[in-house]
Design a protein around this ligand. Sequence first.
Ligand SMILES: Nc1ncnc2c1ncn2[C@@H]1O[C@H](COP(=O)(O)OP(=O)(O)OP(=O)(O)O)[C@@H](O)[C@H]1O
Ligand SMILES: [Mg+2]
Length: 389
Amino acid sequence: MDPYRNPFAPGAGSRPPELAGRDKVLESARISCGRAILGRSARSIMLLGLRGTGKTVLLNEIGKIAEEEGLLVSKVESPETVSLARLLYPEMRRVMRSLSGVEAAKNLAAQGLRGLRSFAAIFKIEVAGVEIGVEPEPEPGLADSGDLEHDLPALFAVIGKAAKAAGKGWILLIDEVQYLSEKDLSALIVAIHHMSQERLPVLLVGAGLPQVARLAGEAKSYAERLFLYPAIGALDAPDAASAVKKPLIEEEASITEDALEAIVERTAGYPFFLQEWASVTWDSTEGPEINLEDVNQSYTETVALLDAGFFKVRLDRLTKAEILFVKAMSELGDGPYAMADIANAMGRTQRSLGPTRSNIIAKGMIYSTDHGYLDFTVPLFAEYMRRQG
Ligand SMILES: Nc1ncnc2c1ncn2[C@@H]1O[C@H](COP(=O)(O)OP(=O)(O)OP(=O)(O)O)[C@@H](O)[C@H]1O
Ligand SMILES: [Mg+2]
């Protein structure tokens, strides 16, 4: 069918043609935004799930909803090496600048900008393009302690108060939360807790790998009540089916029941897999009706594309020693895996493998499940490893 009109054209984080099965999450995000603006208690949200399940897409959608609800939106992605202070500084500055244009919020925003200046100095953030005369004198006692758990809540509070005075709110969207250091995550939770206690219109929506739930709980026990934790997983069968079927119908194409069933079943409802398969099938089929033979024929190419892209980019981030570790995992079958079994398979002691294990976890490739087992953060990764021989 016409590749120009392929609705499934791939892209990580790009909005799928049909955002299936996420209505509840979007609705609770809308409610949180609306309540925050009204000065009511509002839950922040942590979107947790494996790779390729649609966290980034949801984060972007929530950003749009928040904007409609009258919140200022900041979106950042945590890289593995940058501190939270550095990551948030430009956004806090942008938001305060924007609020300083509103008469009712002007003084608070100016105070915030002064605090931000001390913050930048004490956290050694180079400030690019400082305009003379615009950057104010520091505000003594605001965000200048050098302790993020103290300074971040203070800055958030000023933003919250200024936003409130302007009749607005602020939503901070952070992708790849698992890469934040323990200290940074802890400070972030303290800041959000403070916002919630003060009923200030500041919300956090984070997205990350499943281990974030435990990391957050370990950082602060109240994190459990502070956030909603909707699990962002594979789509159930009806949702997976509509993710494929609806966009086809919109393009005046169709799919037979058995073909649709094959896709739903063999992708196990994983969004990254659904989109890729549907896309390849679209491009390689005469149409306008896709049948079982069409999807079966495009299966091999789909898997080859995922192997060369989605899966390979993850594997490429590992060292040789780390690759041996994940290979040993995959040869044990599908997860979760007991550390003892992995060590056994590798002919090593658990202790000697400790550093490798930690490094692979830090890279976000494997995680420790609730029961202390290890599993891949990338769905279907064990199968991929076994295909590599
Ligand atoms: N609800 C959904 N229905 C159908 N397709 C979806 C849905 N959510 C995401 N997708 C598609 O799945 C793919 C992966 O989405 P996305 O990049 O948001 O995942 P992610 O969870 O952020 O992955 P990662 O952890 O690797 O960053 C994209 O092609 C996206 O369009
Ligand atoms: Mg993502």
